[in-house]
Design a binder for this molecule. Structure first.
Ligand code: WTA
Length: 631
């Protein structure tokens, strides 16, 4: 199912639009089904109601594990590289990974987990995280992985929203020179989570932790009590595989729901094509499994294709900025998939850290998470790819499950900072504010999709109306991405960034309303407004304008207090980079904050602020500028 030339791409693309069901059935035939589908697709973007491969029966872990055992059982499935370069690498062959997954699936069963139960996973980037995810899928439980940077409160909200029954965690995590006390955070979270009956705790950092009798059990002890045989649960294609929470323009994060059959087909297909993966190659995706990129391109996509997936516990700059290049050399990585923020951060160290590292194994470079600026694109191309590894700039979202607009390596001619062309099966349209389709080339608009693909989200957990409103109501009969986009004279797509109130910080989506809610929880804060501004490394930084009439102690200390509150409420990832205390916020007569003005001020603009006549009190703007002047 790999596309090999541009002519083939054009032909396949045409078929995928003209005969989508035949096209996707052809792709799905490459997977292992216990029973094939009765119907490839039924859909309606109004409700929305989208079903792929209805009537089919399968288990995704049989596709990711069992089916590779006979011929490739000894092939490495996961190579794990620790945070500390002095520690040993761990390699899990398909056979061993299969055994670990089955054993741990039995642990879950022993602890009362049944098909359909929701399981929260809050773990470091260790092989057991991948094992836990797959063990859930093995027995038909629904995983909800939460990134290690979220606070107890944020975890509790997510656990309660999904009514999770069990939590899988570890004592602690290593990240660079830091240790994160995961179990402590979980203990705090669980004070407010009545649905959680059991916690399975992996020993990782072996720091002292509390273990509550009757609730908490050790991963290692439990393993000794179960066998290694665990038949895969037979699942419907449209059964839920996982929930992944993501931020939007309203305050509360939503649980994006993906179902088994379509997600499996879509991640496998996109992985095999865009990255041009060849048997035996080592694929290194630097994301965390706590985000969609890790779900789709560390775990499910590569494993369903029998690939070798490299999983890294640490960060690019520890012990120093040569860590990625050291890993590429050590494991002879062929495909490197990382984020622009990492590239920009490494770029700031110059080329010294690259010197002396053999990067000749690299054949394909990938980028994801945010627009990649031209400077970073060229540096990646020249210094890392040495000019002969195509860059696949992959545009997609948590909601799309897998890559949507992306070059196919060695097929699609690339262009710096362009995600290039839609993959076959993907039908993007650009629309204007009124929802009219903008035809032709050399145009810009809001990016929508007019036809479903198998990886599309099915709902938002527990609140289908929210899913409809967020993605399917802005423009009738279209899926709205929230991104602005340019289609140039060649028909190439370039994503220009979010058009809603979402900030993309280091490739992480953060809702402005979410951060504002957190700031407003700080005592003494009257109101706040949060906007994004251009940041050299992070892509966007978070700028908070805060009305706080009486600072407690000095201004700098008060700012630090507010950061603490945000860290408590959401987590360190949502901490504003800049806080400006102001006396008022620019509002329209209907009470809406005019973010356009704040965005300009945050960008450093002080004169051309546009029309301010519709403000209730235009003098507020001068006061903000005066406050800025003072600091
Ligand atoms: C942005 C990450 C430009 C975009 C997979 C999207 C990108 C949001 C790119 C989704 C890219 C992702 N070029 N922008 N190659 N990839 N984005 O859900 O704004 O964490 O809507 O999924 O990231 O972020 P999410």
């Amino acid at each position: 199912m790999q596309i090999k030339s541009l002519d083939e791409y054009n032909a396949v693309y045409k078929q995928s639009v003209e005969q989508p069901e035949e096209f996707w059935a052809g792709i799905a035939d490459h997977f292992l089904w216990r029973k094939k589908w009765d119907k490839v697709l039924s859909w309606d973007f109004k409700e929305p109601n989208i079903k792929w491969f209805e009537g089919a029966k399968l288990n995704i872990t049989e596709n990711c594990l069992d089916r590779h055992l006979e011929e490739n059982g000894d092939k490495p499935a996961i190579i794990w590289e620790p945070n500390d370069p002095e520690k040993d690498t761990i390699t899990l062959s398909y056979k061993i990974l299969h055994e670990h997954v089955c054993r741990f699936a039995n642990v879950l069963k022993k602890n009362g987990v049944k098909k359909g139960d929701r399981i929260c996973i809050y773990m470091p980037m260790v092989p057991e995280l991948a094992i836990a995810v797959l063990a859930c899928a093995r027995i038909g439980a629904v995983h909800s992985v939460i990134f290690g940077g979220f606070s107890a409160r944020a975890i509790a909200d997510r656990i309660n929203d999904a009514e999770c029954k069990l939590v899988i965690t570890a004592d602690g995590a290593y990240r660079g020179n830091k240790q994160i006390q995961l179990k402590d955070v979980i203990d705090d979270a669980l004070i407010g989570c009545p649905t959680v009956k059991k916690v399975v705790v992996l020993t990782n950092t072996r720091t002292p932790i509390s273990m509550i009798k009757g609730r908490d059990v050790w991963w290692e002890d439990e393993l000794k009590l179960v066998g290694s045989e665990c038949p895969a649960e037979e699942m419907d294609a449209e059964d839920m595989l996982f929930i992944l929470y993501t931020s939007g323009s309203t305050g509360k994060p939503k649980g994006v729901v993906h179902t088994i059959g379509g997600y499996m087909v879509y991640t496998g297909y996109t992985f095999a094509n865009a990255f041009n993966y060849q048997p035996g190659e080592v694929f290194f995706c630097t994301a965390d499994i706590g985000w969609i990129t890790g779900h789709s391109y560390i775990v499910y996509g590569p494993l369903s294709q029998g690939a070798t997936s490299l999983m890294f516990e640490g960060i690019p700059t520890y012990p120093d900025a040569s860590r990625f290049w050291q890993i590429v050399e050590k494991h002879k990585v062929n495909i490197l998939y990382t984020a622009p923020t990492a590239i920009r951060s490494l770029m700031s160290f110059g080329t010294e850290p690259i010197k002396g590292h053999d990067l000749s194994s690299l054949r394909v470079l990938g980028s994801v998470g945010e627009p990649i600026n031209e400077e970073a694109w060229h540096w990646y191309d020249e210094e890392i790819g040495k000019g002969n590894s195509p860059i696949v700039d992959t545009w997609w979202q948590t909601e799309t499950g897998g890559l949507m607009i992306s070059p196919i390596a060695y097929v699609t001619p690339t262009k710096p900072s362009y995600a290039t062309l839609p993959l076959p099966g993907v039908q993007p349209v650009l629309v204007d504010e009124e929802g009219r389709e903008i035809l032709g080339n050399g145009v810009s608009g809001n990016l929508c999709m007019k036809f479903p693909w198998p990886g599309i989200l099915r709902t938002t957990y527990g609140d289908h109306e929210r899913c409809r409103q967020t993605y399917f109501s802005t423009y009738p009969n279209l899926y709205f991405t929230g991104d602005g986009c340019l289609r140039d004279e060649d028909g190439y797509y370039k994503i220009t960034g979010r058009v809603d109130d979402v900030i993309n910080v280091s490739g992480h989506r953060i809702g402005t309303a979410e951060v504002e809610n957190a700031i407003n929880m700080h005592t003494g804060v009257v109101e706040s407004a949060v906007v994004g501004y251009p940041h050299d490394v992070k892509g966007q930084g978070i700028y908070a304008f805060v009305i706080y009439p009486n600072t407690h102690g000095d201004v700098e200390l008060t700012k630090m207090d507010i950061l603490k509150t945000v860290t408590r409420v959401i987590g360190a990832i949502a901490k504003p980079d800049k806080i400006l205390f102001v006396t008022g916020l620019p509002k329209t007569r209907s009470g809406k904050i005019m973010r356009r003005i704040l965005r300009k001020i945050a960008e450093g603009e002080t004169t051309n602020l546009g029309d301010t006549t519709t403000l209730t009190d235009p003098a507020v703007v001068d006061e903000i500028l005066a406050a800025l002047q003072k600091v």
